[in-house]
Design a binder for this molecule. Structure first.
Ligand SMILES: [Fe+2]
Length: 398
């Protein structure tokens, strides 16, 4: 088998490493609102060495490691400080579990990947953890690969709390379903995912609001519309999926994708989708805790029954009124299979602060459909347009 075809031995997305200005605010968000548990914090030694303070939050198989810079007068800034000098808060590293770090390292290097260091092994009372990181075409975001052989702790340098603090995963988060990234041009990332990581293309879509605009709005959309091309790459064995977007002309610069890259000050990860088994219960509970979601126009639900017929999805198990009350979106490509999804407000909107960054979470419940909700681009846009034509004051954005 050629090195290009040999799988890396990915096991899944293990964690996202998120660099933030305000660790306390992240702690409140994950433990009080999202009902994650705080399971570990950085040791004093790690804080001295890295000039940053970290806390690890977990729910199901989802782990979010947040790090904020510590003052380090006269010292070279740590990774979080360097990230935040260039970008607002955001995902600075994606951590993958891998079967054999040494083999993954050799394959990546043979295929032209760029390791930041050689693999390093740490040992604790349970066993060993071997890890290395590489640079990527995802802006300044790095990918880290971790092999565990009985290692008892979470990550080297983190100290586990005697008992997890905060939440108990009341909303049933399962795992990271996919990561979506925005690029000014995505082809370098697609080629890198294919040739260096060995992923395969599994899905693609192109959409422009102009294509869905009524005749009267076409000229306006040409000047101000929003379009994107999206390609999903996956490691079929591990179930790891990357959705990748780039802006689409006309009005390239006003595309939401281009605006994200402006706000993020570079290409990067736009959202992470977290799986749940009961999205209605989860969204009801999250809303009760003050989690804010992107608004869905009422007209979206008026058009939904017809859309379910035309797409072949057919009847839903969930009453539409219940989905409407919670703002949950539906998409599917037929045969009774569909997915339910909803997007949290981005951090900058949530905190009314641009430096909190344009990253956001999606919550997804799959009911047989393996897509990514592309039909919702058009459905949301058309429903906003319908409300605007009616003279309603529609909120929301496609
Ligand atoms: Fe998504």
């Amino acid at each position: 088998m050629s090195p290009a075809a040999e799988p890396l031995g990915l096991l899944g997305i293990e964690a996202l490493h998120y660099y933030v200005h305000d660790l306390e605010r992240s702690r409140r968000f994950y433990t009080e609102r999202m009902d994650f548990a705080e399971v570990a914090v950085s040791s004093p030694e790690l804080e001295r060495a890295g000039r940053q303070r970290s806390a690890l939050f977990a729910a199901g198989d989802v782990r979010i490691l947040c790090s904020a810079p510590l003052p380090a007068p006269g010292l070279e800034p740590g990774r979080a400080a360097r990230w935040l000098r260039a970008h607002p808060d955001g995902v600075g590293s994606v951590v993958f579990a891998v079967e054999d770090a040494g083999r993954a390292f050799a394959l990546i290097e043979a295929r032209g990947g760029t390791p930041v260091s050689d693999p390093i092994t740490w040992r604790d009372e349970g066993g060993a953890l071997t890890s290395f990181a590489i640079t990527t075409p995802f802006g300044d975001t790095t990918f880290r690969f971790v092999e565990r052989r009985g290692y008892a702790g979470s990550y080297p340098g983190l100290t586990a709390h005697a008992a997890p603090r905060g939440g108990k995963n009341a909303f049933g988060f399962g795992q990271v379903d996919h990561l979506t990234s925005n690029f000014r041009t995505m082809k370098p990332a697609l080629l890198w995912l294919e040739h260096v990581l060995g992923l395969e293309e599994c899905w693609e879509v192109t959409f422009h609001t102009q294509d869905a605009a009524g005749a009267a709005r076409k000229a306006q959309q040409a000047a101000h519309g929003s379009g994107l091309s999206s390609v999903v790459m996956r490691d079929a064995r591990a179930g790891v999926k990357f959705a990748n977007n780039e802006p689409r002309r006309p009005a390239f610069r006003s595309s939401q994708i281009s605006l994200f890259v402006d706000d993020n000050r570079g290409d990067g990860i736009q959202h992470a989708a977290l799986t749940v088994q009961d999205i209605q219960g989860a969204v009801r509970g999250l809303r009760a805790r003050g989690v804010e979601f992107m608004p869905t126009p009422a007209a979206y639900y008026e058009a939904l029954p017809e859309r379910l017929v035309s797409t072949g999805v057919g009847a839903l198990e969930e009453p539409i009124a219940g989905l409407r009350d919670l703002g949950i979106l539906v998409d599917g490509a037929g045969h009774g299979k569909y997915l339910l999804q909803i997007f949290l407000r981005d951090s900058a909107g949530l905190y009314r602060e641009p430096e909190a960054g344009p990253f956001f979470f999606e919550i997804i419940q799959r009911k047989g459909d393996q897509g990514f909700g592309a039909g919702n681009f058009r459905a949301l846009f058309e429903s906003i347009e319908r409300e605007q034509l009616r003279g309603d004051r529609a909120e929301g954005s496609v």
